[in-house]
Design a protein around this ligand. Structure first.
Ligand code: ADP
Ligand code: ADP
Ligand code: ZN
Length: 209
């Protein structure tokens, strides 16, 4: 199955994707994670992306589309994928339609207040990228990842100023994709406001899994 996860930053897309990957047996493809990996590796792409990410803006469409297209062409994405964080603009969605046919677009619905609560407490493993939350999903040992023992930190773009900017960018650039995909008959809304196990149940029933 070829899915897009669409929703504001902090909606819980990455978190649900971890479970959805197990259910569906397809890879999670996160352009944000790819940009962060490039930034850690210090590649030219990563250095460019780091400054943009820290400001809360979007990396330019041409660069992002190139990255996603290359990743979708890899063997493991043939049987399907979960796109988490791509497309984020109409231009990206139009480009994607030219190189891959998605089956469904899962639209995460939740109030802004919950988004802010999730983003404000987000913690991420600096080694494996696994997500935690300071209140809702703490690592067993403070500051250390359950999965790999890596350091669990606040992301550079989860500071208050960048959070505000990212929400604005979501509303102006990404939210128009809801209508775009609804018109295309691909949109499936899920209530993403509850606890993680409830979101998994809503996802399963919305997709008949
Ligand atoms: P979140 O889930 O909190 O929105 P992501 O990990 O998806 O964060 O993305 C982090 C950052 O990486 C974004 O704020 C943006 O700067 C960049 N980025 C990720 N995906 C895209 C995309 N499709 N287009 C442009 N920039 C992107
Ligand atoms: P996104 O990928 O959409 O930006 P994340 O999956 O990174 O969102 O989730 C943002 C934060 O909210 C993380 O700290 C995560 O642990 C937490 N979180 C995710 N889903 C839920 C949920 N259903 N209930 C409570 N907290 C959640
Ligand atoms: Zn880890």
């Amino acid at each position: 199955m070829r899915l897009i996860f669409l929703g504001p930053p902090g909606a819980g897309k990455g978190t649900l994707a971890v479970t959805a990957v197990e259910i569906l047996g397809v890879p999670q493809i996160s352009t944000g994670a790819m940009f962060r990996a490039a930034a850690s590796a210090g590649t030219p792409l990563g250095l460019k992306a780091r400054a943009i990410m820290e400001s809360g803006s979007l990396v330019d469409d041409e660069t992002t589309i190139g990255l996603a297209k290359e990743r979708l062409a890899q063997e493991d994405a043939r049987a399907g994928y979960i796109l988490d964080g791509f497309p984020r603009t109409i231009a990206q969605a139009e480009a994607l339609a030219g190189f891959s046919a998605v089956d469904k677009v899962v639209n995460f619905e939740l109030p802004d207040s919950v988004v802010l609560e999730r983003l404000g407490g987000r913690r991420v493993c600096s080694s494996c990228g696994f997500n935690y939350h300071a209140l809702f999903n703490k690592p067993k040992f403070d500051g250390s990842c359950d999965r790999c023992g890596g350091k669990v930190l606040i992301r550079d773009d989860d500071l208050p100023e960048a959070i505000q900017k990212r929400l604005e960018v979501y509303r102006s650039q990404t939210a128009p994709l809801i209508d775009f995909y609804r018109k295309a008959g691909l949109l499936v809304d899920i209530d993403a406001s509850g606890p993680a196990d409830e979101v998994v149940r809503n996802f399963r029933s919305a997709l008949g899994l």
